[in-house]
Design a protein around this ligand. Structure first.
Ligand code: NI
Ligand code: MN
Length: 228
């Protein structure tokens, strides 16, 4: 099987190889754009970018059912271990990398906030560079535009997943600037059309990417795998 990335709606992604299922920011049960139920989703690793409910809501259920390794910043990893009994956690922090059974993950900066659902301190928000099956993917997480994206892109990205919803994260125009800084081969939008305040026209965004950047825009359909 090739490397496949499936949008589960909002900022939730399932990255699959022949041997691994890596789930990013699981928000499924209460996600209006989800087409699956939480119980249908299996994973061996779960990566969390920050503590907000729309990124962590179903992490404990899936981690505990699948005995998946939960990867997050140190504060969030500790919170899941202590408050939700998640046994298999890996706490990281910004700039750090870890080699895992499927490949390598590095936690990157994100300009956002990170409070956990019960009000606990959620550390700093982040994103991930995931190296897997000889591909390098960047999941920006929830973030504003920042010029250090040049550094993130400098080693060569096969794909970048960027928020475009605006209001809580960068919007479509700033995602175009981000794409110019990151220079990925492929750019995929996230964190939009979940609720009315973050509705965006993905087709218009796609045209802008084609006009203004060298990246190939790929507009995801919920539940349909993208071959990377
Ligand atoms: Ni957030
Ligand atoms: Mn969010």
């Amino acid at each position: 099987m090739s490397l496949q990335l499936t949008w589960l709606g909002h900022a939730t992604w399932l990255l699959q190889t022949s041997n691994h299922k890596i789930l990013i920011d699981p928000f499924i049960g209460d996600n209006p754009s989800s087409t699956v139920s939480v119980g249908e989703i299996d994973a061996d690793h779960i990566l969390l970018t920050h503590g907000h409910f729309d990124h962590v809501a179903d992490a404990a259920e899936i981690a505990n059912r699948c005995n998946a390794m939960l990867v997050a910043n140190y504060e969030i990893a500790t919170w899941f271990a202590e408050k939700h009994g998640v046994k298999n956690t890996l706490g990281m922090n910004l700039g750090g990398a870890a080699t895992l059974p499927f490949g390598k993950v590095k936690m990157t900066l994100a300009w956002h906030s990170s409070q956990l659902p019960d009000g606990s301190y959620g550390g700093n928000p982040g994103g991930y560079i995931v190296e897997i099956d000889s591909k390098k993917l960047y999941f920006a997480g929830d973030t504003a535009l920042f010029t250090d994206m040049v550094l993130i892109g400098s080693t060569g990205l096969d794909a970048a997943v960027l928020p475009i919803g605006d209001l809580f994260t960068m919007g479509p125009e700033d995602s175009i600037e981000a794409t110019k800084l990151l220079k990925p081969k492929m750019v995929i939008p996230a964190h939009y059309n979940t609720w009315p305040p973050i509705e965006q026209d993905a087709a218009a965004w796609s045209k802008l990417v084609e006009q203004k950047t060298s990246a190939k825009p790929v507009v995801p359909q919920v539940g349909t795998p993208i071959d990377l």
